[in-house]
Design a protein around this ligand. Structure first.
Ligand SMILES: [Zn+2]
Length: 265
């Protein structure tokens, strides 16, 4: 089974039916990350249409400033959600540094809740890599997916040491730096993502809508870089994801994941 561990399904608009069709036809288990509360509510509706879609609640660092005063409200949605994301820090693309304290406050609230409720987290780390690792350590959150890592290599090594998982995405097709990361992540921590529909558009500065099967291009590229085969990368990633979620109660609701960890479809 293919695993897309970080996608924004609520942004597909009139291409949503196409995206869901690809997810079903190609059997892509999809972690549908939210940007904010309305995005999560939309994802919950979308999740009802496919048991390959897992909607998760998070507040993206771009939206954190609007929610920093409403932590109790977001606590309600965290409890509803089987996992956490997208959350994180962005001190690079978000230029308005007056939002940085709010980003930290919202992130720490989520990390503390993830620790208490034992939920995995899906993290955006742009220029906040070290702070995020410090927070994971502070709260002893062990199940972390670092999405689209592009930060310093020494922090990458420290995160690997800590046991974070890493999603390699479509930038592996274009960037030598990301290719190095895709080669350097140990087998047992490797995951894949598309971050679609917007990732290709963002990288190529065009209006391309990235569809779920882009995950196959990622797998082919990762296989070539790691001197492996697409089939082996696919089953390695499935095994890693199965290990990450193995003891989560929600897994039993997803028939597609009900097979024992490590079983390749
Ligand atoms: Zn994202």
């Amino acid at each position: 089974m293919l695993i897309d561990a970080h996608v924004h399904l609520d942004k597909y608009g009139d291409r949503l039916d196409d995206a869901l069709r690809e997810i079903e036809n190609e059997e892509i288990f999809t972690v549908a990350t939210a940007m904010d509360v309305p995005s999560y509510l939309e994802l919950r509706k979308i999740g009802e249409r496919s048991d390959l879609v897992l909607p998760t609640f998070g507040i993206h660092p771009r939206r954190a400033a609007e929610y920093a005063g409403q932590l109790r409200d977001i606590g309600h949605y965290i409890e509803m959600s089987p996992a956490i994301g997208e959350i994180g820090l962005d001190f690079h693309w978000v230029k308005d540094s007056s939002t940085y304290p709010a980003q930290r406050k919202v992130l720490e609230y989520f990390i503390a809740a993830a620790a208490e409720q034992n939920k995995f987290v899906n993290l955006h780390t742009k220029a906040g890599e070290k702070d995020i690792l410090d927070l994971l350590e502070k709260y002893d959150v062990r199940r972390a997916i670092i999405h689209w890592y592009s930060g310093p290599m020494d922090i990458l090594r420290a995160m690997i040491q800590y046991g974070c998982y890493f999603t390699i995405g479509v930038e592996v097709l274009y960037s030598d730096y990301i290719k190095d990361i895709a080669k350097g992540v140990p087998d047992q921590l490797l995951l894949t993502e598309t971050d679609n529909p917007g990732a290709l558009r963002w990288l190529k500065k065009n209006d391309e809508v990235g569809l779920p099967t882009a995950i196959k291009d990622v797998i082919n590229a990762v296989a070539a870089l790691r001197q492996s085969t697409p089939d082996r990368i696919e089953s390695l990633v499935e095994k890693n994801f199965s290990r990450l979620i193995a003891n989560d109660a929600w897994v039993s609701r997803y028939s597609s994941l009900a097979s024992p960890p490590g079983h390749a479809h």
